[in-house]
Ligand binder design. Structure first.
Ligand code: ADP
Ligand code: MG
Length: 378
């Protein structure tokens, strides 16, 4: 994936107004009608076309060949620019360096903020699926409330950031959270390697118990990581483990909590046996070790990630769209599908009013950012 913040300098104010207008319009439209783009961006209708065709050329937006009306949708690259612009305005990302990770659901870059300190930018990419998957699982993308890739990726980033903040404030070994916008989070860059890359350790028993203690400590705070494995545990030079990657975190009161808890424990047992030939009869048991002395869920909700957001994201995750073991390979660019439904039954002038209403009243912090972008530039 290319992510060139210098390109931000070549983006005009109008380019951003059009991008932002499409972002806002896509809350109610899969394909945002050109007339609505023009209206939301407050650019004269003749004027808007030039910027639209420019953005299409730069692959920040796309048209939909079989759409029944003329309109455009944001693609990930365009959403990336909107987020980068906000993060750079706030000083948390001033430059972007190498990509250090690419997963099915994220891209990871080294960045530096205004303070020149290195940090890590994680872009969440839910819905980056092959055609095959999208066709099979299409329903998950367009039930009534239409969770789009954009919306789900943003929820996922909000969730990860909320958990990182709460865990960090409670003294858990996690990266220090720095900033969040749209589908992006900025966090401390760890001077550490994934456990996966560590061939040998002097005292596997010590690390094993530290990791099991960490699982138990989380459970005593009402939480289960849900993906506690050698890819999501970073090891510092001192040997200390740091936990990353939280979008799938679940509560110990979740109906399947015991299953998720055991799966986390088993991941570590299996890995230690295979890699370090280390086995122990001691391992945590859900019934004994999980309780709710504290409920961090409450704090997470207080930090802006609501129970409703949680439920929506959970049902998406449980649909099997995330982390499917049979989907190891990355989809190629051609296979990447960004919300390609073309049902247009919500198009019409009254809908456009609704879109305007939406701008004003159905919002979280991110949405007001988008709105600011438009208003500011007046
Ligand atoms: P994914 O959801 O794609 O699995 P992760 O959050 O697990 O994303 O990050 C993927 C990889 O990126 C990690 O295995 C690690 O190598 C690297 N990484 C992630 N966060 C950091 C960080 N804060 N500091 C250094 N490396 C990181
Ligand atoms: Mg991971």
């Amino acid at each position: 994936m290319k992510l060139d913040p210098k390109a931000l300098r070549y983006m005009s104010t109008e380019d951003f107004r059009v991008l932002t207008a499409i972002e806002i319009g896509s809350r109610n439209h899969d394909i945002v009608p050109t007339s609505l783009i023009s209206q939301l961006s407050r650019l004269r209708s003749g004027g808007v076309n030039k910027f639209i065709s420019d953005l299409v050329k730069r692959k920040l937006i796309a048209s939909e060949a079989n759409s029944k009306y003329e309109g455009y949708k944001l693609v990930y690259a365009g959403y990336d620019y909107l987020a980068l612009k906000t993060l750079s305005k706030r000083g948390s990302v001033a430059s972007v360096g190498n990509q250090i990770g690419v997963g099915k659901e994220s891209d990871i870059f080294v960045v530096a903020g205004d303070n020149e300190e290195e940090a890590v930018l994680k872009l969440h990419r839910l819905g980056r699926l092959s055609f095959r998957n999208v066709k099979n699982k299409r329903d998950y993308f367009r039930p009534d409330q239409s969770p789009s890739w954009m919306y789900m990726s943003r929820l996922s980033a909000m969730k990860e950031y909320a958990f990182m903040q709460v865990l960090h404030s409670q003294g858990f070994p996690v990266p220090k959270p720095i900033d969040q916008n749209r589908h992006c989070i900025v966090m401390e860059r760890l001077d550490a390697y994934p456990l996966r890359q560590i061939e040998a350790i002097a005292e596997p028993g010590k690390l094993y118990s530290e990791l099991m203690d960490l699982i138990v400590r989380l459970a005593k705070h009402g939480l289960i990581h849900g993906d506690f494995n050698e890819f999501n545990i970073m090891i510092k030079a001192t040997g200390a483990p740091i936990l990353i990657d939280f979008p799938q975190m679940v509560s110990t009161s979740h109906a399947n909590a015991e299953f998720y808890f055991n799966r986390d424990v088993d991941c570590i047992r299996t890995f230690f046996k295979r890699r370090y030939a280390y086995e122990s009869v001691l391992y945590p048991k859900f019934a004994l070790d999980a309780n709710k002395e504290f409920d961090l869920d409450v704090q997470v909700a207080a930090s802006g990630f609501s129970k409703k957001d949680q439920a929506q994201l959970d049902s998406f995750i449980e649909s099997g769209e995330l982390g499917g073991a049979d989907e190891d390979r990355l989809p190629s660019d051609e296979e990447i599908v960004y919300m390609d439904d073309s049902d247009d039954d919500n198009v019409g002038s009254s809908e456009e009013d609704k879109a305007h209403g939406d701008v004003n009243d159905s919002v979280g912090a991110e949405d007001s950012d988008a709105e600011d972008d438009i208003i500011e530039q007046d």
